[in-house]
Design a protein around this ligand. Sequence first.
Ligand SMILES: Cc1cc2nc3c(=O)[nH]c(=O)nc-3n(C[C@H](O)[C@H](O)[C@H](O)COP(=O)(O)OP(=O)(O)OC[C@H]3O[C@@H](n4cnc5c(N)ncnc54)[C@H](O)[C@@H]3O)c2cc1C
Length: 383
Amino acid sequence: MNFDLNEEQKIWRKTVHEFVAKEVQPKAHEVDATSEFNWEATRKMGPLGLLGLNIPEAYGGSGVDAISAAIALEELGWGCGSTALAIAAHNGLGTTPLVLFGSESLKSKWLSLVSSGKNKLAALSLTEPGAGSDLQGGVVTKAVKEGNEWVINGAKMWCTNASIAEYIITLVRTDAKGGSRSLSQILVPTNTPGLRIGPAEKKMGLHGSPTHAVTYEDARVPLGNLVGEEGKGLQQTLSILDGGRIGIGAISIGLAQAAFERAVNYARERKAFGKPIADQQAIQWMLADAATEIELARTMLYKAAWLKEQGRNYNKEAAMAKMFATEMAERVCRNAIQIHGGYGYSSEYPVERIYRDARLMTIGEGTSEIQRLVIARHVLASE
Ligand SMILES: Cc1cc2nc3c(=O)[nH]c(=O)nc-3n(C[C@H](O)[C@H](O)[C@H](O)COP(=O)(O)OP(=O)(O)OC[C@H]3O[C@@H](n4cnc5c(N)ncnc54)[C@H](O)[C@@H]3O)c2cc1C
């Protein structure tokens, strides 16, 4: 693997960084304070290709390579955790199932529509009130065939983007007998009668990323809205989550980078005992550790993305990168607050928001505990 970015990737990073610095980062405080999703910036992301990162050009996307997709989410994370999560969920969770498994007619109907920036986005709903980590055993939302339709009944939880999505790809049980071949993914347009999106959840952070419970009461969609194969929903979901984990890792690196930059600046400016606190070895060590861990997480993450791009198995590397990057971001953000002293605890300083936003990352798209299970499975299988 070449550890330097190629010219195209470098230009892409610069382009996305400049866009985020101008359109996303200056609004991050307001987005957090008002819980308003940043539509203004999102509209402009369509033409830039940020809403079709994984979508081939033939379907209206930018179809960038996996490292470039990670770079985009890293830069968005640097600018605003809320906006980054919504865009990551749209790309990694909402559009990827169609790209990888969707029928030709689903792809041509929906992909260019949700990647243009002129319409709403996409969402994926796996989690339920009683099922998160254990989707195979826990999902009870069901879909049954009636004539040429699926009839869906059940309740989902924690659906990112539900209220700003054109459709929700929903994980449902299609075989009441259970087992690993009993789940399927079905595309449900959000204007389907019987689908109800609850109010936005009140969360610790990521206030500008709308998260909702969703209920389905006799929601009917055509049989053709099945995404991929009937009974393969669990397997499809797991491969989608491998890619999604690179996305969450990337956001975490961006959040850590932003907190780190604030900490460096503050340490240079703040004086105590007659000199800048940056002159104190205790502060220098926190900054040195942060710089090292950010660099390491980025290298691991790009390696996972590179393996993905090569078409090789990257399940273990994605889990490692997600686990390390998300836990690293918590440490770096925690120390960025420490370096700011009392001011770090104030919502006037961005490190407070960044810390709250980072907290989700060890939970969403597979908790740290689940990442360790995945990694351990690989480690033990090879011995
Ligand atoms: C802001 C936000 C956005 C989200 N967006 C989406 C979304 O868009 N779509 C979606 O489908 N879901 C989404 N989720 C849900 C998220 O993916 C789940 O919360 C996560 O997968 C964990 O599931 P759970 O909350 O049910 O926790 P549980 O699975 O109940 O886990 C609870 C605790 O037990 C631990 N645990 C569980 N099983 C094991 C085990 N075998 N070994 C060790 N420890 C274990 C977990 O690690 C965790 O610490 C979102 C959640 C949040 C908070």
